[in-house]
Design a protein around this ligand. Structure first.
Ligand code: PHE
Length: 461
């Protein structure tokens, strides 16, 4: 990478950090995409929305909507080499308010962190409880009571969230290459191995085939507007797009990286992880006759109960939650980096100061979300607890709207010439067809589809 690029875009403190190797870049980006979305949201939403039908819609959303947005973000970030807000500001014509998309992104990162750190806290707690044997029961009611006890204790909810925040802050303080990249490069292979182990265990149980059938046989009559909105929201959440995370990570990409190829690899690998998580969960749930539509508690009630029914159950419970903790760590690192990069570059803070400010912000704003099953359980806004509200605003409002704006910006403001230059790495790569299809998607297809889903949500149709 050229020196000028490294120092460009108002980086507040000297040389700008970047991913040091292709493998590290891939691990960090995949680490951002893979997370509780695969292990907690994907199975519970698939389970509650008809299995394979939901999976089919989700797949379509990932390819037609998710991939173009992800490529756009990485490309824009790499062009300017700055945080999301500065990237938009630098690229947008005078007096056009595109910077607001970046601002919405930083807000979304905060909102997601508020509830995400709480779920990650439960995961951390379950590793500990798995090791001490306190969550091992084959009775779903006892499992449910154990989970209820954890989430309804204000002290436990807050403390586990803080433990997560301290862990993530510690890693992010070391920077992009020495912190985020180093950690995710080590964790990602472990995650894959653990998933395969649990998947094989689940598939070899008697009666497992019903779970596979549930996951892979669609019933198209079940597709509704709500299913599409939810699947699209999940696609955005899963690929960490529509709110500046991929843009921020893209700003750490080297200029010789093949952006469309990297984005496609990340999308496919993320899909594989989701499917592996589904394969690890559904066959086991069916084999032991548990309820697949258990929603978010699928992870914390059904899974421990299912694994406890197996030989060496406690080992599998711990493995499962360790892999969930690994997955959530990579995602939280990337969420943190969005405000941290902004605070360092545009507000001239030191990295430590920016991390502390972010962690403090999440501690304060995250507390009402963490207490949503105890002290703030009765405080609702639009009928939703803080936890659900933060999730809804980020996944179903900011991310799809942000994705829509990012596509329009890429297609109509950034424009074909610059897209061509960026995606071909200055005519080094011969990917004309990819560029043509991509331009068509971001200019017309993706914005129209996302726009329709959003209008449908507002009951316009
Ligand atoms: N993609 C992450 C997951 O699946 C969540 C995430 C969303 C991370 C947005 C960063 C930004 O868990």
């Amino acid at each position: 990478m050229s020196k000028t690029h490294k120092q460009s875009a108002g980086a507040g403190h000297g040389k700008r950090d970047s991913f040091s190797s292709s493998l590290g870049m891939l691990a960090a980006t995949l680490g951002s995409a893979v997370g509780l979305g695969n292990i907690w949201k994907f199975p519970s939403m698939t389970g509650s929305n008809g299995g394979a039908t939901f999976l089919f819609v989700y797949l379509a959303c990932t390819i037609v909507v998710g991939l173009p947005v992800m490529i756009s973000e990485i490309m824009l970030g790499r062009t300017v080499k700055a945080n999301a807000i500065t990237t938009f500001k630098k690229l947008s014509p005078r007096r056009q308010p595109w910077g607001l998309v970046g601002v919405a992104g930083v807000i979304a990162a905060f909102l997601i962190l508020c509830f995400y750190t709480e779920v990650a806290g439960w995961v951390f707690a379950y590793i500990f409880k798995g090791l001490t044997g306190t969550v091992l029961t084959t009775d779903p009611q006892v499992a449910s009571a154990a989970f209820g006890k954890l989430i309804s204790s204000p002290m436990q909810s807050l403390v586990w969230q803080w433990i997560v925040l301290v862990t993530i802050s510690f890693i992010v303080t070391f920077g992009v290459s020495k912190g985020i990249e180093k950690v995710t490069t080590k964790l990602m292979p472990i995650l894959f191995c653990l998933l395969v182990i649990v998947g094989i265990r689940s598939l070899t149980l008697p009666g497992a085939s019903a779970g596979l059938k549930f996951l892979f046989t669609p019933d198209f009559s079940k597709i509704t507007g709500t299913v599409i909105l939810m699947a699209m929201g999940l696609a955005f959440f899963k690929l960490s797009i529509g709110m500046g995370t991929m843009m921020t990570y893209g700003s750490y990409f080297r200029d010789d990286q093949n952006v469309p190829m990297t984005a496609t690899k990340v999308m496919l690998a993320d899909l594989v992880v989701s499917l592996l998580a589904g394969i690890a969960i559904f066959p086991a749930v069916f084999a032991y006759g548990f309820d697949v539509t258990a929603g978010p508690s699928l992870l914390f009630v059904t899974i421990p109960a299912v694994f406890a029914s197996m030989p060496f159950g406690s080992v599998f419970v711990v493995i499962f939650f360790v892999l969930a903790a690994i997955a959530s760590t990579g995602a939280m690192l990337s969420l943190f980096e969005v405000p941290v990069a902004y605070l360092c570059e545009a507000r001239q803070m030191s990295r430590k100061g920016a991390v502390l400010t972010t962690a403090l912000g999440v501690t304060i704003l995250g507390a009402p979300a963490a207490l949503s099953n105890s002290l703030t359980a009765n405080v609702t806004v639009f009928g939703k607890t803080f936890f659900d509200l933060f999730d809804y605003i980020s996944s179903n409002l900011i991310m799809p709207t942000g994705g829509l704006c990012i596509c329009l910006f890429t297609g109509w403001v950034f424009g074909r010439e610059k897209i061509k230059k960026q995606l071909s790495n200055n005519n080094v790569l011969h990917n004309k067809a990819i560029i043509t299809v991509f331009t068509l998607l971001v200019k017309y297809v993706t914005p129209i589809l996302v726009g329709m889903v959003l209008l449908n949500m507002l009951n316009v149709f």
